[in-house]
Design a protein around this ligand. Structure first.
Ligand code: GDP
Length: 140
């Protein structure tokens, strides 16, 4: 399996509770390398753009409001099968349904405030990484 990159976001519920380091430790323990990382505040416009695919979902507006409610940490993760591996480390969307030991099970507050985002396919990973990072900001 080739080395791959994926986009991860530590969401406002986690930055608010000072959990950036704790989340990063779980990512690194799983074998993912954080090869780019920055803490930013998303504007409403940028959050709407990022979640464009969910535009028709009933929770879209709430999700955008939540994602702009505090700082987020956007990061590029690299590793073998990184997209799938990160999804495994994150756990299910709903923390109540996530497996024991996953980030969302340990830290997630609700189906919305579930602490982390992770790309769901290699194609989306490329698009999402380019949304936040220029090549020069990524040091593999
Ligand atoms: P993910 O790929 O596991 O993050 O899940 P989705 O792509 O389905 O949803 C994107 C994000 O929208 C999730 O991570 C949650 O923050 C939020 N979300 C998903 N489902 C719901 C829901 O039913 N209600 C609310 N309020 N937010 C949701």
């Amino acid at each position: 399996m080739a080395s791959e990159r994926t986009l991860s976001i530590i969401k406002p519920d986690a930055t608010r509770r000072n959990l950036t380091g704790a989340v990063n430790a779980l990512l690194e323990d799983a074998g993912l390398r954080i090869i780019a990382q920055k803490r930013i505040r998303l504007s409403r416009e940028r959050a709407e753009d990022f979640y464009q695919v969910h535009k028709e979902r009933p929770f879209y507006n709430d999700l955008v409001t939540f994602m702009t409610s505090g700082p987020v940490v956007v990061q590029v993760l690299e590793g073998e099968d990184a997209v799938l591996l990160n999804r495994k480390v994150m756990g299910a969307t709903d923390p109540a349904l996530a497996n024991a030991g996953t980030i969302r099970k340990i830290f997630g507050e609700s189906i919305e405030a579930n602490s982390v985002h992770g790309s769901d396919s290699p194609d989306n990973a490329k698009t999402e990484i380019a949304f936040f990072f220029s090549e020069g900001e990524i040091t593999g």
